[in-house]
Design a protein around this ligand. Structure first.
Ligand SMILES: [Zn+2]
Length: 316
């Protein structure tokens, strides 16, 4: 075990010294995976190339000032009205998003035995859509809606039909059309919005996601820790680790002496605990890592990190 660690830039140095890019980064990540399967923790940066804005409201600076608060959505009718009005506008774009090369590369790495699974902070379902099997969704999934009173579930897709039926003409209003799903709607637009209720008991509906101020359910945390316990390392992809729900796994891995690699554009709160820091876009680096580990591109034949076209398997 200790011999294998010599392959990695493991000695804690100043953060600037260990930030890797390009081919050096791929080599170091490949050495990390050579130790055994990694657990992967993904954040919003993994989905930005799929055009997903951060619906939990804490990934971007603008939204960080005004996150969707758990208590408000639970207890304030106006907050629910604002949430569902905004969600009605944002949903079509969200629902149309498809996995990007980062998702495909992670699914391929898992299929090839390089990962124990994925712990994600994202609520977009794109890891499963890409074919990943072991996925723990820390913050739930926006595709599901749940009644807070009786627990009845409904798909968000079905609810969208009801939202649009209950609010005829809403999506075609000028002031609504001007604001995309990522923007605040004008107050006049949300004031008259009709909030949907549970079809069984007329109770309050909530998307099955963890809002700011809420906590991740215990069994979900346990499932995530299970993936980490079976892993030889933790690889963070596209998260600034701004919230504790993700950062805790970095702290936990570090405390166990489990190497932590962080692949992100820009610094993260976990950097001081990392073994390896990689600066770059997940959609570029992960397909290149796939190629380096297995000598071939991911199943979709994406170009490698230098933009070279994938070599056809028949020529290898
Ligand atoms: Zn109900």
């Amino acid at each position: 075990m200790s011999d294998e660690r010599a392959d990695l830039p493991h000695d804690a140095r100043s953060v600037d010294d260990i930030v890797l890019r390009g081919a050096d980064a791929i080599d170091a990540l490949r050495a990390l995976l050579a130790r055994g399967p990694a657990a992967v923790l993904t954040g919003a940066g993994c989905s930005t190339e799929s055009g997903i804005p951060d619906y939990r409201g804490e990934g971007t600076r603008r939204r960080a000032r005004n996150p969707v608060q758990h208590r408000a959505v639970l207890h304030e009718a106006e907050a629910r009205q604002r949430y569902w009005a905004r969600s009605t506008v944002g949903w079509p774009r969200f629902a149309a998003a498809v996995p990007n090369p980062a998702h495909h590369a992670l699914a391929a790495l898992e299929a090839q035995g390089c990962l124990t699974g994925i712990i994600t902070q994202n609520v977009d379902g794109l890891h499963r859509a890409a074919g990943s099997r072991q996925v723990v969704e820390l913050h739930g999934a926006l595709a599901n809606v749940r009644c807070l009173a009786c627990g009845t579930r409904e798909t968000r897709r079905a609810l969208q039909v009801r939202l649009e039926q209950d609010n005829p003409g809403f999506l075609t209003r000028d002031d609504v059309m001007l604001a995309d799903g990522d923007a605040e709607l004008p107050e006049a637009a949300t004031a008259g919005f009709r909030v949907p209720a549970c079809l069984s008991c007329r109770g309050t509906l909530k998307p099955d996601v963890v809002f700011f101020g809420d906590s991740v359910p215990r069994d979900v945390v346990d499932a995530a820790r299970g993936l980490l316990e079976r892993a030889a390392s933790l690889m963070v992809v596209g998260s600034s680790l701004a919230v504790y729900s993700g950062l805790r796994f970095v702290r936990w891995a570090h405390a166990r002496g489990c190497p932590v690699a962080i692949v992100n554009l820009g610094p993260t709160r976990g950097d001081p605990l990392a073994t390896l820091l990689v600066d770059g876009r997940a959609g570029v680096l992960l397909p290149a890592l796939c190629l380096a580990v297995h000598g071939r591109p991911d199943e979709h034949g994406r170009p490698d990190e230098h933009g070279r076209p994938a070599v056809p398997l028949s020529r290898r």
